[in-house]
Design a protein around this ligand. Sequence first.
Ligand code: 26W
Length: 768
Amino acid sequence: MEFKREEFLRAVEGCLSAEFATDLERANKKELYNAVSKALMEQIYPDWEASGRSEKKRCAYFSAEFLMGRAIFSNLLNLGVLDDVTGALASVGEDLKQFEEVEDAALGNGGLGRLAACYLESAASKRLPLDGYGIRYRYGLFRQTFRDGYQHEEGDDWLRWGDPWSVRVERDAVEVRFADQTVRAVPYDMPIFGYRNNVVNTLRLWSAEPVQAFDFASFNEMRGENKAADNFNATKITDVLYPNDNTMVGKILRLRQQYFMVSASLQDVVRKLKARGKDLRELPRSYVFQLNDTHPVLAIPELLRILQEEGLSFDEAFAVCGQAFNFTNHTIMAEALEKWDALALSDLLPGVYEQIVAVQQRLESEAPADGRYYIIRDNVVHMANLAIYVCAKVNGVAEIHTNILKTDIFRDWYELYPEKFVNITNGITPRRWLLLNNPALAAIIDGKIGTDWHTDLKALKKLKPFIPDILGDFKRVKGENKAKLAAYIKEHEGVDIPPHFIFDVQVKRLHEYKRQMLNALSILYFYHKIKSGEMTDFPPTAFIFGAKAAPGYYNAKAIIKFINEIARLVNSDEEVAPYMRVVFVQNYNVSYAEKIVCAADVSEQISMAGMEASGTGNMKFMLNGTVTLGTLDGANVEICEEAGRNNNYIFGATVEEVAAIKRFYSPREIVEQDPALKRAVETLVDGTFPDEKGMLRKLHESLLTVHNPDRYLVLFDFNDYVRVKEELLRDFGSDAYYTKCLMNVCSAGKFSADRSVNDYARLIWKIR
Ligand code: 26W
């Protein structure tokens, strides 16, 4: 984008006066933020309009979640005006950094939603015609605080700052019909800027509204109460993001959300095609759809329904769907695969249910009748099976994950349709996750190998011969990033972390399979060794956690409480103060991640092998020069392939071993044979920590006494974990250690989302 300072400032002034009746002198932060954003939106409109006009085949990415984070800095970076705008604002005495207070758009839970956001950015940067379709939740993922170590949730009022990076497109509103209500879906379009290439794609998020505007006449006739009720029901659909990650509770409101989103999106697509005079039988020539997990899978029966309404036969409509739809699986946890009660579904969406029944009949005529292939069974509709049966391609998100799909959870389907299954290893956008969050490291790299890597991350391998030259600069930058993070943590969490400590970080959603518990127990283990005098030379380490627990997930919340208690114990102990600190940061989100990822020395990726589909945080740390302490799970496997296993710290049972161990696993025995481990585990029940609600006791039970105790092999892997962790902490600081860090940077090329979207485009979408 061409930037003219005077013109820009005039536009900001114009917006301030028109929208807020104020000026540059008097505007507050929020007004200035909105005016700066709108001034830029005005200028990019022609590019946006041009991108939308193209009749090239497009991909529509259907996702219930887009975890966009903060838009302004990333947009300025991609428009190529970050420095210009910083300078222009400085010339009128304003600091761009003040917008770091702007709320994140947290319209997603975790990995799956953030992946969708990275893919939109990468596709625009690679000039691929990809648009996102989703829901404009009024409240995003809850805001987390800790009170006495317990997680508390508050509503996330992200629109408090306004939404200057979206445009409400009233003319494209559509109606969505449920058996018991009809609502209006109004799109809000967010421009997605390619990196310095004038491409602008679109994220279209639907907001639910009542069909009729407030009816004053009927209100006067004393029917006002009913109207108010209609209004409430309609907007309720898009009120709030479900805060669950990896567990699925069949809630009718969730069903409404999902149908609302896919119906509105498909109506949008069909209307566009009809306006261009296209035969809908040819839809796959113009569009391809990617279903982001099971949440948008209702799109399949909905498109069948719409196409038949438009005059196609069932077989014709089915042929279209078979070519147009593709499905990504993001987790092997059975609890997370969407299933609906058949009665509830047919009550709410009879037309859709009818199509599912028709698909089931078609499946029965095609698949072996041995009970392995079904969509509806025992009055439950299995959305993953519907997706696999109809979709052209089904993909996992890392090699190991795709192999598990083929050999385990979807093995019957793989036997029937082997050609459908493909792997697309996840990726992250290097613009947000290096250029933007770590400009000093980016500058070091630019200085040695130029800027090709900004859009071709594989080019980072050219940095290898320069590693010895930049070791000192790398250490300095890491040190500066750590100091900044420490100051931020001091301000926001009230905990002192000396910047010269090793920053050992585990940030991700809280889940038992991710094993924050393993990390917690190891901290207690080291703490006890330091206290008893057995370890006098423990390398000073700060253990930093960040994670939200689903509000209904008891054990996850208990683990937060446990770690907060450990933090209190450790941080208030003067004897161990020279050796360790523990902090659990509140409200971990995309913006917090940007600060943490560039300041970490150790990246904890310690899920039980086979459980983490891919992980993408692991890639962010790697790109920022952090070694992985991890299991051979998800994309960790490929990280080791790329960067060398010797440049990371790998421990624990492999997937193959996990299966064998589980057959005769006795966590009791393990604890009894290991007094140090036992001591750490017993803190859950021995009065070390107050436990007035019995939460810690429940954790103890889950490890030792429940049916199927220690499901995720925390105790089994403990010894190996502690051994490798200690080795890592002792290696820290040497040139050899920092060389490992930089070997990871040089080897991160594969994990660019640019590569991922290119793979999708080539293998699945067939778009250019
Ligand atoms: C409440 C329903 C529900 C079910 C599943 C919500 C969210 C999910 C997701 C599938 C969970 C998720 O985010 N999975 C993560 O996807 C990332 C992107 O592919 C992977 O990197 C992570 O390993 C995986 O856990």
